[in-house]
Design a protein around this ligand. Structure first.
Ligand code: GFP
Ligand code: GFP
Length: 833
């Protein structure tokens, strides 16, 4: 079971095929036809929602035709395919993206104009598909866009959550979580596929039997069977040729099970089982602080992994029957973090218990099928599940995991004879009063490749997280630096800049982002600088209107728009940004002539519902904002905006309008970051630490076009060794002391002294785990450089242009080509007409 190793032919920009460009008359007719015949309404009555749905239906006709052709081509060519297993897909909205990728955006816009409808307005009707949390989920969405664009056979597999990430409201400065209902009135892009339902066993016990040949046979008698119903979301590649599928599983009660219970008189029990089964795909990341919550997460992971594997095997068997020898040359499965790691023992179970292969054959197939991406070094994110939970929910899988571990321990013994501590460290099982299964170790042992997501992160994975695995299997650990799709993150979200770029360098950059390099020739050109900055200004005007509508705050588009948009987490250090804002405020109060260009600090962030300090930071940002925004003394020089309900569609509005991009994580903590790439691509300058992909961004744009500050990974290590004491900074820096003490007063929380004190305490008595105080001075100094640079308009324009020009490396097409070359060994498959 060796994988094919032919490298795919490099495919450069294919211009969009004119033949699939539909003229506006055809589109107009299709929209009206759907308005009449699918929605049963009329031009006179239709509201924006109806127009949106009719337009989706008209677009979907094109999409489904290409989907059919793609599936046929893949089938006829018996292609090797990658299967991207991910608990998250943060798709956002699909309309604009699909129109651009099909090359029919302008025609559709014109068709609708003729019908008296504004495309931009009706696009606002589409709810975001927020089936994810942050970077990891958005990365998955960018990757499937690139896979389709590069004509690579690929399927995304995940969960069809009824509720995605919560909707965030801000009440009296605090985050309130409301359920997200992205498909209350149906979702026009998805197709239900009851013909491909899978049944998934859970609970029960394992029976050991002896076969005729004396061989031991295991039979799992499940206690519950749930159904997995697939929903397909077509993924349209740029150019509109390949349309792959994102297949998401919804859980349902299995009919016969309920029927029996019901007939036996257990009416309520039957109901209960329905609820239990349907709970599996109800919400994204159920709170796992309780035992029941933990169980539910493990069941979710198993449920979607098992459904997906059965689906893959069904497809494989259709082409190859019961001959397993080609499985791992046809199928590669990428595990997006450890969430789907349970797929490893599940495939082993199928191969051992169902296909009745011997262990070595089964293991050779399985371990040549899986590859694993690590997205974080934070210990709390490396999943562990209690062994007793496995015993209850997945008893057979626990046996298999023990066997995998037993055999792995023999390997460890060969490399480090008699070394018990080493065995304990590397074991998939963590011994203790409550035995745990380490999903990270399982993923490394069960995969043929393991990658980190930026150079520095992958180096730290080797050096700190999995050094012994690297020693045992040299070459297994590798790097693939993240990327972003320029179709969504420049072409679609920043049409003015895209048009300017088209005019200057032609229109094939969305497929070949290195072409942007040609913009560097115009970086000193006064006319181009003016055009570039005028577009930035207009984007800022548009955002100012949005800010007013969402928060009631007036901001001046002539101010510097300084943006930090990402999940709220201490390691991302939104509170470092906040402390600096408070410092500026203090300086302005002390000296009304304090020299600074007006600045608007813009935040967007959700905090995990159970993460108290993260929520406190949101509250602090809002309280400080309210006080500053209403203080006449700052003379309009300082504004702070917290935009509620940060999500993909909001990011698409903020990013084109950003001047400054805050990428200020503690060095060594942000694996890569991808917002940093999106902002820089749209001409924002980064203020950032030497962390994650910031380092590679700095390499591309050059040190003179980025503002780097703060401790490096090595300096942080050194600080740890000598002993870090945040009080040193508090006692010796008057500004830091004043700001932290300010947090304890009721200056920002009138009548409620101490309401922001938790922040101060985490930075002092709490030990300041993310070294906020250690980096404060250097951060503040870097901001002075930002201010000086902005005042020099020519210099700033040049820097901004060079940021856009140098982002070619960070297209997700490059990431996918790296995966293909280093890990997947896939070949492109052109879709036959
Ligand atoms: C795929 C889906 C099926 C669906 C067909 C439609 O086929 O559910 O009916 O496409 O073309 F899975 P498979 O390759 O998965 O069988
Ligand atoms: C994680 C890491 C990021 C990384 C993404 C994608 O993001 O540094 O860029 O994964 O690899 F933290 P979150 O899902 O945690 O936001």
């Amino acid at each position: 079971s060796k994988t094919t190793t032919k490298t795919p032919k490099a495919r450069l920009s294919t211009p969009i095929d004119k033949s699939i460009k539909l003229d506006k008359k055809i589109i107009k007719d299709a929209i009206v036809r759907h308005l009449h015949c699918s929605l049963g309404t009329d031009e006179n009555k239709a509201n924006n929602h109806a127009w949106w749905k009719a337009t989706c239906a008209a677009v979907q006709e094109q999409v489904l035709e290409q989907l059919r052709k793609t599936q046929k081509s893949h089938y006829l060519n018996d292609t090797r395919a990658v299967h991207y297993f991910s608990a998250e897909f943060l798709m956002g909205r699909l309309m604009s993206n699909n129109l651009h990728n099909l090359g029919m955006f302008e025609q559709t816009q014109q068709a609708l104009t003729e019908l008296g409808v504004n495309l931009t307005d009706i696009m606002e009707e589409e709810p975001d598909m927020a089936l994810g949390n942050g970077g990891l989920g958005r990365l998955a969405a960018c990757f499937i866009d690139s896979l389709a664009t590069l004509d690579l056979p690929a399927v995304g597999y995940g969960l069809h959550y009824e509720h995605g990430l919560f909707r965030q409201e801000i009440k009296n400065g605090e985050q309130i979580e409301r359920p997200d209902s992205w498909r209350d009135y149906g979702n026009p892009w998805e197709i239900c596929r009851p013909e491909s339902i899978q049944e998934i066993p859970l609970y029960g016990y394992v029976e050991t039997k002896y076969g005729d040949n004396g061989r031991i046979k295991k039979e799992w008698h499940p206690g519950l069977i749930v159904k997995g119903l697939p929903w397909d979301i077509p993924v349209v590649g740029y150019g509109g040729k390949t349309v792959n599928v994102l297949r998401l599983w919804q859980s349902q009660a299995s009919d016969y099970f309920n029927w029996d219970v019901f007939n036996a008189g257990g009416y309520l029990d039957a109901q209960k089982e329905n609820v239990q089964a349907e709970t599996i795909s109800k919400v994204l990341y159920p709170n796992d602080e309780t035992e029941a919550g933990k169980e539910l997460r493990l069941i979710q992971q198993y449920f979607f992994s098992a459904c997906s594997l059965k689906d893959i095997i069904r497809r494989y068997k259709r082409a190859h029957g019961d001959n397993w020898s080609r499985f791992s040359s046809q199928v590669v499965i990428q595990l997006n973090d450890t969430h789907p790691a349970i797929a490893i023992p599940e495939l082993m179970r199928i191969l051992l218990d169902r296909a009745e292969l011997d262990w070595d054959t089964a293991w050779a197939i399985s371990s040549n099928t899986f590859a694993y991406t690590n997205h974080t070094l934070l210990p709390e994110a490396l999943e562990k599940w209690p062994a007793r939970m496995f015993e209850k929910i997945l008893p057979r899988h626990l046996e298999i995991i023990y066997e995998i571990n037993h055999r792995f321990m023999l390997e460890v013994e060969k490399v480090w004879p008699g070394n018990v501590a080493m065995k304990q460290k590397l074991s998939i099982i963590e011994e203790g009063s409550d035995k745990m299964v380490r999903m990270g170790n399982l993923s490394v042992v069960g995969s043929f490749k393991v990658n980190g997501v930026a150079e520095i992160h992958s180096a730290l994975v080797k050096k700190n997280l999995f050094p012994e695995f690297d020693h045992m299997w040299p070459g297994k650990l590798t790097n693939v630096t993240n990327g972003i799709t320029p179709r969504r993150w420049l072409k679609a979200c920043n049409p003015k800049l895209s048009n300017l770029i088209d005019d200057k360098i032609g229109s094939d950059w969305p497929l070949d982002l290195n072409k942007l390099q040609e913009l560097a020739n115009y970086a000193d050109n006064a006319k181009f600088q003016k055009q570039f900055m005028q577009i930035k200004f207009e984007n800022k005007q548009a955002l100012a209107i949005e800010i007013k509508a969402l928060t009631g705050i007036d901001v001046d588009p002539k101010a510097i728009f300084d943006v930090q948009i990402k999940r709220l987490h201490e390691y991302k250090r939104q509170h470092l940004n906040l402390l600096h804002i408070m410092a500026l405020y203090r300086r302005l109060l002390a000296n009304p002539n304090y020299d600074m260009h007006p600045r608007v600090f813009i935040f967007g962030a959700k905090a995990a519902p159970g993460y108290k300090l993260a929520k406190d930071i949101i509250y602090a940002i809002n309280q400080v904002a309210t006080r500053i925004n209403n203080d006449k003394r700052v003379n309009g020089k300082l504004k702070v905006v917290f935009l509620p309900n940060y999500r993909v569609s909001l990011a698409e509005k903020i990013i084109p309008a950003a001047d400054v991009s805050e990428q200020i994580s503690t060095a060594g903590k942000e694996a890569s970051g991808t917002g940093n790439m999106k902002l820089s691509l749209n001409g924002a300058l980064t203020i950032g630490t030497l962390d994650g992909a910031n380092i590679e961004i700095a390499e591309e744009v050059g040190d003179e076009n980025i503002f780097i500050f703060g401790l490096t990974v090595d300096e942080i290590d050194a600080l740890h060794k000598t002993g870090y004491n945040p009080f040193d900074y508090y006692d010796n820096n008057r500004e830091i002391k004043a700001i932290l003490d300010w947090l304890e007063t009721d200056y920002f929380t009138p009548g409620k002294p101490g309401a922001l004190a938790s922040l101060k305490h985490s930075l002092l008595e709490g030990g300041d785990p993310y070294k906020v105080l250690a980096d404060f001075e250097s951060y503040s100094a870097a901001h002075e450089k930002v201010d000086a640079a902005y005042k020099d308009t020519t210099r700033w324009a040049k820097m901004a242009i060079l940021n856009s020009a140098k982002m070619g490396k960070f297209t997700s097409d490059r990431s996918i080509k790296d995966y293909v070359e280093r890990i997947w060994k896939l070949e492109a498959c052109k879709v036959d007409e």
